[in-house]
Design a protein around this ligand. Structure first.
Ligand code: SF4
Length: 163
């Protein structure tokens, strides 16, 4: 490959990057019901919940930005602790985004799963650190592997029924 070809390919590559859709990653809360050994959450200066007005402002900015496809709710905290999580998923879905939740899975009851699916959730990522039940529970202090596994299966069932 000569120099000109390399330059042209790099230029074509940067054009491709310019078209890539963005993911908004929103932290609904930095509270959590777990104490994972690798988590720096406890060092954050204050704990709280995102206000609905703030969430709506972010959605408006994302609409204005125009290249946002996925609206991920995760960060340093457990989003399912937020009392308005279902409402927020619905707001993001109605604005045309693909709502995604990144969760430790422990609070994902069947009822909540059905509500999230109904509200328009498109992705749900359950964080699992560890190769066995024992190693999982050594990492995710305060959580039970069997509960999280059952909840994830319940969510899959709810999502499949709705599909
Ligand atoms: S579940 Fe996530 S936010 Fe909660 S303690 Fe573990 S790593 Fe931190």
């Amino acid at each position: 490959m000569n120099m000109d070809t390399q330059v042209m390919e790099r230029a074509a590559g940067s054009k491709t990057h310019a078209r890539v859709n963005a993911i908004f990653d929103i932290e609904l809360t930095n509270r959590c019901n777990a104490r994972c050994i690798m988590c720096p959450r406890a060092k954050t200066p204050a704990m709280g919940l995102m206000e609905e007005t703030t969430f709506r402002k972010i959605v408006t900015r994302a609409v204005e930005y125009g290249r946002v496809e996925s609206f991920a709710m995760g960060g340093l905290g457990e989003p399912l602790l937020h009392p308005d999580v279902v409402k927020f998923v619905r707001i993001a879905a109605q604005a045309g985004f693909k709502p995604c939740i990144i969760t430790n899975g422990s609070l994902l009851t069947r009822e909540l799963s059905e509500a999230l699916v109904e509200a328009g959730i498109k992705d749900l990522n359950v964080s699992i650190g560890g190769f066995t039940r024992k190693s999982y529970e050594r990492v995710h202090l305060g959580l039970k592997f069997q509960d999280v596994y059952r909840n994830a299966m319940d969510f899959l069932a709810a999502a499949t029924e709705k599909a």
